[in-house]
Design a protein around this ligand. Structure first.
Ligand SMILES: NC(=O)c1ccc[n+]([C@@H]2O[C@H](COP(=O)([O-])OP(=O)(O)OC[C@H]3O[C@@H](n4cnc5c(N)ncnc54)[C@H](O)[C@@H]3O)[C@@H](O)[C@H]2O)c1
Length: 440
């Protein structure tokens, strides 16, 4: 099948590469000439494990192409995916649909033959209706169908998720459009990935409900972690104790510095706006958003407390800056709030991240970025583990302790057992575990 993808970001590029790997003929379109030019040279615009090889294989096989020319890109395409960004609208938290609407308009203006237009971007309920209206207006007389097909991939495991999804949700109003979608996903369907057909509005809402639920789970365990600290219980054991209950499940029960990233924060906010506009308030999600916002800054205060009486003039090394491991995405990363809180208290901040430093640099201009965790820690008054990258899971803690001005480790991901940290001569602070382990 001939497929065009509009927007070659995290979702568009991974979707395009995977569809071409299924054997479809794919053109990825992006407005960003630099991105397309780099892709044509085989340089990935994002860090995503395995993506470079997947792209190279399919470009070589003649199934995957890149262009900035949307009009040429959509010619002959039986399915056109919209995978542009839907960030928070500045000022009010609604999803900014301007990129989706303008992509729909450009598609309509370029359309010469029948096509299914598929919204893969995360969009509020009713956006498909508006995309349909725009396409009908700009391509009168050309048969087209608008479908919602939200994406559930996780950055860092995007290819695996795309190729082995828990489910594929398709919101289609017409059987001919549903048929095209079935054909596109046939290779996965054969692998028994459940293909869930719903109404278009339902599919749009499923994506937001899924993200809001996951954000709630994370926030729930984070509040339980605070209670654990207050009463001397251990959140790691609480997580295990409740996660083994199959009705609850073990995933997303790791206490930490709060959720961030390109999806949960903006999607939770956008869902609240939809709820507000429809007089159906989502009070649980409202609390989740408030609690999570407060938590990110509270993590900064936790570090400041760990520094002792006078934080001003001290130096802190943050290890792991991206919002989670295996991505270079810095959007709404908790590290940003922590840096702000530390700088507000007069603390000097150093940072290290295996892949995210280029993206981090403009967002934290006063932070000294170092090219190894040990360089960041040398002479520091505290080391803070913010993101659980694999390379940060087996640090030489003794070496770290030996080079620091004060041996303090704040482990916001509970990577290291407190006894191990203490044995290395570091004073340990974790999340939701009995107050402080004694230094060795
Ligand atoms: N990143 C994720 O993990 C993830 C997961 C699931 C869903 N989503 C959703 O998918 C959508 C895309 O997210 P992303 O992270 O891939 O965004 P992104 O910002 O990485 O990429 C969007 C791309 O679209 C391009 N673009 C914008 N308007 C265009 C136009 N008219 N023509 C051609 N190109 C255009 C931009 O230049 C950019 O490269 C969002 O709605 C997001 O919420 C993201």
């Amino acid at each position: 099948m001939q497929i065009a993808i509009i927007g070659t970001g995290y979702v568009g590029l991974v979707s395009g590469a995977c569809f071409s790997d299924f054997g479809h003929d794919v053109v990825c379109v992006d407005k960003d000439a630099g991105k397309i030019e780099a892709l044509e040279r085989g340089v990935m615009p994002i860090f995503e494990p395995g993506l470079d090889r997947l792209v190279a294989r399919n470009v070589e096989g003649g199934r995957l192409r890149f262009t900035t020319d949307l009009v040429a890109g959509v010619q002959g395409a039986e399915a056109i995916f919209i995978a542009v960004g839907t960030p928070s609208r500045r000022g009010d938290g609604h999803a900014d649909l301007s990129y989706v609407h303008s992509a729909a308009r450009e598609i309509g203006e370029a359309l010469t033959g029948p096509a299914v237009i598929v919204t893969k971007s995360t969009v509020p309920v009713g956006t498909g209706d508006e995309v349909e209206r725009i396409v009908r207006e700009t391509a009168p007389g050309v048969p087209s169908w608008v479908v919602s097909n939200p994406e559930f991939l996780r950055e860092g495991a995007a290819i695996e998720d795309f190729k082995h999804p828990d489910r594929i949700v398709v919101g289609a109003e017409e059987p001919e459009a549903a048929e095209v979608m079935r054909e596109i996903y046939r290779p996965l369907y054969l692998n028994k990935a459940p293909l869930l057909f719903t109404s278009r509005r339902t599919a749009e809402l499923i994506k937001y409900a899924a993200n809001a639920f996951l954000a709630t789970k994370i926030t729930f365990i984070n509040e339980i972690a605070d209670l654990c600290e207050a009463v001397g219980a251990d959140v790691q054991d609480v997580s295990r104790g409740i996660g083994l209950d199959r009705r609850i499940g073990a995933k997303f029960l790791h206490a930490g510095p709060g959720y961030g990233g390109s999806c949960f924060p903006k999607d939770a906010l956008a869902l609240l706006k939809t709820a507000e506009d429809n007089q159906a308030p989502l009070r649980i999600v409202e609390s989740v958003v408030k609690v999570n916002d407060a938590r990110k800054r509270a993590m900064g205060r936790k570090v400041i407390r760990a520094l002792g009486d006078e934080p001003r003039g001290k130096t802190v090394a943050l290890l792991g800056l991206t919002f989670k491991p295996n991505t270079d995405d810095m959007r709404d990363a908790p590290s940003l709030s922590i840096v702000q809180a530390l700088e507000d208290a007069g603390v000097q901040v150093r940072g290290y991240d295996p892949e995210g430093m280029e993206q981090a640099r403009p967002l934290m201009p006063n932070v000294e970025l170092c090219d190894s965790p040990y360089k960041a820690a040398a002479g520091a008054d505290a080391v803070v583990l913010v993101t659980e990258w694999d390379v940060l899971r087996a640090l030489d803690l003794k070496r770290l302790a030996g080079s620091m001005a004060a041996p303090v480790l704040v482990d916001l991901r509970n990577i290291y057992p407190p006894e191990e940290v203490a044995a290395a001569g570091l004073r340990w602070h974790g999340v939701g575990r009995p107050a402080e382990a004694p230094a060795a």
